[in-house]
Design a protein around this ligand. Structure first.
Ligand code: ZN
Length: 268
């Protein structure tokens, strides 16, 4: 029996590129089909009825028609627009970083329903407001787990001994913790016992159980650096959105220090 010519799926729009005069190629993350690409015709025209349902970071119900190469979106209905993610630049940058990581770690056409759930949950959590850094660390740790790169935080990966409250290190190449005796010549980052415990807790909990954690700025920064360095090592290059996240934050920090002061226009 041949496959039906059209099918329906839920999807989160995780990437878009221009195609021709008015179309786009969308990268979609779906519950059953994993990551797929599809063509959306005419969605860059102002009167496109589908455009609003196919915006980046939108969770939609789609109808697609099979094509020889790429399938084509023929219908779209928003399930969640995650509006705050589109109106707050800071939230936009976090959400795009999350979708970029899904795009980087997920293989094409491989079903991974837990990852789809994690992505939707993360966009929801960001939309609802909370500690954005905590939301991201939770997302990263669970994504790493699902992608087969769960960092080993419970014991030293080299000698397997239990970790004492000492100067332990995290080694991206070893994929986990090293005790002071096993450091040798590996590139590794110091990880405080507090930070290790928070990461372990995030790894082993549902988001609802950790959402109330209060993490001070210094600890938050340490968690961000260690997880980001590990992800960077795994992807062997800087994730593009990370750089953007930094630049957006830079702008926001600049604005806080230096209030906007328009320069006096000069008449010519
Ligand atoms: Zn050791």
């Amino acid at each position: 029996m041949s496959k039906p010519r059209t099918y329906k799926t839920e999807a989160v729009i995780i990437k878009k590129t221009k195609l021709g005069e008015a179309g786009r190629i969308l990268t979609l993350y779906t519950p059953q089909l994993g990551k797929i690409q599809a063509v959306a015709k005419g969605v860059r025209r102002p009167r496109s009825k589908m455009a609003g349902h196919l915006e980046l970071l939108t969770h939609s119900q789609l109808s697609l028609a099979r094509g020889r190469n790429l399938d084509t979106v023929i219908g779209a209905q928003t399930i969640s627009s995650f509006l705050p993610l589109k109106t707050d630049l800071d939230l936009t940058s976090y959400a795009l970083y999350a979708t970029e990581l899904v795009n980087q770690f997920a293989a094409d056409n491989v079903e991974d329903q837990p990852l789809f759930q994690l992505l939707v949950e993360t966009l929801q959590n960001l939309s609802q407001g909370g500690d954005n850094e905590l939301i991201m660390r939770y997302f990263e740790l669970h994504l790493l787990d699902m992608a087969g790169f769960r960092p080993q935080l419970e014991h030293c990966v080299a000698c397997k001994s239990a970790l004492k409250d000492a100067a332990n290190l995290f080694s991206p190449a070893a994929g986990g913790m090293l005790c002071p005796g096993c450091r040798q010549n590996q590139l590794a980052y110091p990880l405080s016992e507090n930070a290790r415990k928070v990461l372990l807790l995030l790894q082993h909990s549902d988001y609802s159980a950790v959402s109330g954690l209060e993490i001070d700025r210094e600890l938050s920064h340490q968690l961000e650096m260690v997880v980001r360095n590990y992800i960077r090592y795994l992807l062997e290059r800087e994730v593009k959105s990370t750089a953007w996240l930094d630049s957006v934050r830079g702008q926001i920090d600049d604005n806080q220090i230096r209030p906007y002061s328009p320069t006096t226009p000069t008449k010519t």
